[in-house]
Design a protein around this ligand. Structure first.
Ligand code: PEP
Ligand code: MG
Length: 749
């Protein structure tokens, strides 16, 4: 235990709490608090700096510096010693502040008189609120105990700030938390715009009393809660069916939960006057600040673990479970750090939008959001600390932007955007039953991509000619155990029935790379996108592939069946995969089951090598579908999951188009049906370019069918081709500028 007098510290905290309890304006409270602290800690200066905006700190109250500097002195995050405390979340303690590197002299405060400086962050679980500073004339470093005491005080200030104790009419640094408009710049998870009210997937725990009434009771509470936590982690660990990763995470949880240091520090915090909840948060904030400085990815992962554990502990202490009793608002927009596909599916279509701090474009949650056509923004950093349940929120999935508690003007122009999109939707809906025939009479067959039951209603709504890509792995991904053959057969039956005779191309299981089944042993691969994935897994371990093929044959129950194998790289793989299918047909027949009246077996062309396969391959395969997402990533050697390089090379790059044209020519020569089913097929200008070089079937997200069809119906394909050819002849890197300029001239863009 530190040597300082705990009762002094407790007395100070109680007096702080009294300040909170007595009515008063925010500014008066802050003034009283700086006075109290300076008095109690026996120092010449005590100042409170709060964030005015995420980049700027403002001196909001002081005892000892010139009062005229209050609300005048400001500094940027990272600027001066105060800015350094705010940026790093760690204390700065120096006997000679003016001599310290980075010191910024602020003449208006009169601080040149003071030599010693101690600043500690005012923060609440990762949310930086400000900085608490004490200074004295005497050139001395503050002791560990003094630093600690000030941190405890800062913790109470953080809770008080959170509770709105300092909110006033002053605005800026004095503004109430979680009231101001905030803009988050993330990335697109799923296009579309929507307006709604925040619904936090994991609501924040509200701590109403940061100060302990009786430390002994609080110590009992924290010990009991930690005991309960330990039991719950041990129980989780005892569960069977844990994979290596889950086990590793839980082991880390157990290590933290049983850590004597953690409990001891929290007990010390309580002895200094904090309540059990505030003690948990204080250690959580401190651990975050420390670990955020660590570049090591493994340690940062552990930070998440400790965070999760602290949240669990808080929930045990406050009794505030996930279910806080709050009712979901109308038009809910889900806000979460991250979310699994199954959980997202459970919320379903009632969500107006999804905003995540983490996530990736190819993540399963993004796939589900796409299937449900819910606008989604990913990488909205820190939104879970800023947003409160019920806050107004605008989700701009097109730009990857989120407006939280927007100004009226922003909300109004956003509504205009939504209205325009709705109008466009109406226009697209009116085209639903018309063909995608160009002005010069070429009809392009537009199909949709699917993978979940939730996709099926779109078959009618979108006017798709069929399902050009059914990603069967999604059904595997959203479960926590391997589906059985009967289950799969039932599911595929429902898909075929919903398609009402329209063709459906079932792609066999495409796992590996970013798609890891929770119940399969993960492989540590240096580069999973080029690793053991898709058909490579299927051929090496054919049990699941065969089971899936059987399920497909049974679901077809005599009807025509179309299947395709993912990621075929050479002819031999196709021969092997195809013979599995033929063997299963034979087996099903010998068991007396009906076999499809017509069977088509196709290959996905996702690696450049397959375009150069021997003629025999093109003769053997019934159809080829270009998996543009993968093909593009391998053609340009640019990871589709890596935001940095994902968009670096244009799909309309002349080399890529020339390559696609080569594939078109090979398929034409062997009379092999060809389609394109990557995301690019759903972008109108790209779709037009593909059609212009000879593709006649495109498969895309259902929501893209309308916009693609609308454009195709207005253009002359031969003229578009001439524009592209001319650009290529002139040496353009990409034909996009020429094509877009041409479209614009005709008023089509
Ligand atoms: C592709 O690679 O383009 C494709 C359609 O498959 P997926 O996106 O599922 O890899
Ligand atoms: Mg692919």
């Amino acid at each position: 235990m530190p040597e300082r007098s705990d009762s002094d510290s407790r007395k100070l905290l109680r007096r702080l709490r009294d300040v909170l309890a007595t009515p008063g304006k925010g500014q008066e409270r802050l003034d009283r608090i700086t006075h109290l602290i300076a008095d109690n800690i026996d120092t010449d200066v005590c100042s409170i700096y709060l964030f005015r905006d995420p980049e700027t700190l403002e001196l909001c109250a002081t005892q000892g510096l010139k009062k005229t500097a209050v609300h005048k002195t400001r500094m940027k995050l990272g600027e001066g010693l105060v800015g350094r405390v705010a940026r790093t979340g760690l204390p700065v303690n120096t006997a000679d502040a003016p001599g310290e590197k980075g010191f910024r002299y602020m003449p208006e405060t009169g601080e040149e008189l003071f030599s010693a400086f101690l600043g500690v962050p005012i923060q609440r679980v990762g949310e930086k609120l400000g900085v608490l500073v004490v200074q004295s004339k005497e050139a001395r470093a503050y002791s560990e105990d003094e630093i600690y005491a000030l941190e405890v005080v800062a913790m109470v200030l953080a809770e008080m700030t959170e509770l709105g104790a300092f909110a006033g009419e002053g605005g800026g640094g004095m503004g109430a938390l979680h009231k101001q408009p905030v803009l988050f710049r993330g990335a697109t998870g799923q296009e579309g715009a929507s307006e709604g009210r925040v619904w936090l997937h994991e609501p924040r725990v509200v701590v109403t009393n940061p100060v302990a009434d009786d430390p002994l009771t609080e110590i009992d509470r924290i010990r009991a809660a930690v005991g309960e936590l330990r039991v719950s982690v041990d129980d989780l660990l005892a569960a069977e069916s844990l994979d290596k990763d889950q086990k590793a995470v839980l082991e880390a949880y157990r290590m933290f939960a049983h850590s004597r240091g953690w409990l001891r520090r929290m007990e010390e915090d309580i002895a200094s006057g904090l309540s059990a909840e505030a003690a948990v948060e204080k250690e959580q904030s401190a651990a975050r600040a420390r670990l955020e400085q660590v570049p090591d990815a493994y340690l940062r992962e552990r930070l998440h673990d400790l965070d999760d554990l602290s949240n669990r502990l808080l929930r045990i202490l406050t009794g505030q479970g996930k279910d806080t009793g709050a009712t979901m608002p109308d038009n809910p927009v889900l806000v979460a750090r991250n979310i699994g596909p199954a959980e997202l599916l459970e919320y379903g279509r009632k969500l107006k939008g999804v905003v995540l701090e983490e996530g990736s474009v190819g993540s399963h949650a993004a796939i589900v959001a796409r299937a449900l056509s819910i606008p989604m923004v990913i990488h909205a950093e820190r939104i879970t600390t800023e947003a409160l349940n019920g806050d107004q929120i605008l989700v701009d999935g097109d730009q990857g932007i989120v407006h939280l508690r927007p100004e009226d003007t922003v909300a109004r122009s956003f509504r205009d955007k939504i209205a325009m999109q709705a109008q466009a939707q109406q226009r697209f809906a009116s085209l639903r039953d018309l063909p995608a025939t160009t002005k010069d009479g070429v009809t392009i067959s537009l199909h949709m991509n699917a993978g979940l039951m939730a996709d099926l209603p779109s078959l009618e709504g979108s006017g798709a000619d069929g399902v050009g890509l059914f990603r069967t792995e999604l059904q595997f991904l959203i479960r926590n155990q391997m589906p059985r053959r009967d289950e799969l057969a039932q599911l595929y039956t429902r898909v075929m029935e919903a398609s009402k005779g329209r063709p459906v191309a079932f792609r066999t299981l495409d796992i590996g790379s970013d798609k890891v089944l929770p119940y399969m042993k993960p492989n540590d691969e240096p580069n999973p996108a080029m690793g053991w994935r898709a058909i490579r897994v299927g051929l090496d371990k054919p049990g699941v592939l065969r089971m899936q093929l059987q399920a497909l044959i049974r679901a077809a129950a005599g009807r025509p069946l179309s299947i395709m194998f993912p990621f075929i790289t050479e002819h031999g793989e196709f021969i092997a995969a195809r013979s599995h299918m033929l063997r299963e047909m034979h087996r099903e027949k010998s068991l007396g089951h009906a076999v499809p009246e017509r069977l088509e077996i196709g290959a996905m062309l996702e690696t450049p090598s397959l375009a150069y396969a021997p003629q025999a391959f093109f003769d053997m395969t019934d159809f080829i579908s270009i998996g543009g997402n993968d093909l593009k990533q391998f053609f340009f050697a640019a990871d589709r999951e890596n935001e940095r390089v994902r968009k670096r090379y244009d799909t309309l790059n002349a080399s890529f188009l020339t390559f696609l044209q080569f594939i078109v020519a090979r398929c034409a020569a062997s009379n092999t049906k060809l389609s394109f089913c990557g995301e690019d097929a759903g972008r109108p200008v790209e779709a037009l370019a593909f059609a212009a070089i000879g593709l006649r079937m495109l498969s895309m997200r259902p929501a893209s069918i309308g916009p693609v069809k609308a454009l195709l119906r207005t253009v002359d394909l031969a003229a578009a081709r001439a524009v592209m050819d001319k650009a290529r002849e002139e040496g353009a890197e990409t034909v996009r500028p020429a094509l877009e300029a041409w479209l614009q001239k005709q008023g089509h863009l």
